[in-house]
Ligand binder design. Structure first.
Ligand SMILES: Nc1ncnc2c1ncn2[C@@H]1O[C@H](COP(=O)(O)OP(=O)(O)OP(=O)(O)O)[C@@H](O)[C@H]1O
Length: 226
């Protein structure tokens, strides 16, 4: 099992007030699987991703990556595991404006010590930007920038991609094309995808779906057959 989330809870304290954002969230994700995390605004979707990505720590519960607990590991050890196994794609593309498209694609792989020039070139081709690698991100459209962000994540060959509304800034047809690319490319490198989305249409493209309501995983309602 690639990822095991067990009894994850998260509270935020502000003065004397305590807000329970996640309560006893548990789910698994297998290698190469794709899972949509759905729910209304404020239901805790991004918080789940942030905890897995190590951007925040849970109040209780455990996060096992490849069978190893990463919550509670010394920061450096957990960061090392995440760097080699986890890639993140956000709604904001977060490209580095002073680096060319090619250097942006190579950036994360270099940080993870997995730089591979031939693979970067192959990814640039796969995202349809092979002839634009010397340009800077500002010269690209939003859809193209998100393609670069996807290629940058894939270049480090992560086992797990965490995607938070990755197509939220794009119009519907561009969003569909970018999602296709993300899923095809993830399958190409055998990466699993955990994607937060508001879009039921996009969620339907994933192999499994989980619904969060007020920080609690909901049992799926079965639609009766006609
Ligand atoms: N740092 C924080 N301090 C206090 N409360 C927070 C913090 N971060 C998130 N929250 C609260 O936690 C709840 C869940 O937020 P989260 O961003 O996970 O929801 P979401 O389902 O991803 O929403 P959206 O779809 O709008 O992005 C919200 O009520 C939010 O106000």
């Amino acid at each position: 099992m690639l990822l095991q989330i067990r009894h994850l809870s998260k509270d935020y304290l502000s003065g004397a007030a305590r807000t329970e954002v996640l309560r006893d969230v548990s789910f698994d994700l297998d290698a190469g699987e794709t899972l949509a995390l759905e729910g209304e605004s404020g239901s805790g979707k991004s918080t789940v991703l942030h905890l897995i990505a190590g951007l925040d720590s849970p109040t209780s519960g455990s996060i096992l990556l490849k069978g190893r607990e990463i919550n509670g590991l010394p920061d450096q050890a957990a960061a090392g595991m995440r760097r080699s196994d986890v890639g993140v794609i956000f709604q904001q593309f977060n490209l580095i404006p002073s680096l060319t498209v090619g250097a942006n694609i190579a950036f994360q792989a270099r940080l993870a010590g997995k730089e591979d020039t031939a693979f970067v070139k192959e990814l640039a081709e796969r995202i349809g930007l092979a002839d634009q690698t010397e340009k800077y991100p500002e010269a690209l459209s939003g859809g193209q920038q998100q393609r670069v962000a996807i290629a940058r994540t894939l270049a480090a060959r992560p086992a797990l991609i965490l995607a938070d509304e990755p197509t939220g800034n794009l119009d519907e047809s561009t969003a569909d094309a970018v999602l296709d690319l993300m899923l095809e490319s993830a399958a190409g490198v055998g990466a699993a995808v955990l994607m937060v989305t508001h879009s039921a249409r996009q969620a339907a493209r994933m192999s499994r779906r989980i619904l969060l309501r007020h920080g609690v995983v909901q049992p799926r309602l079965q639609v009766p057959s006609p």
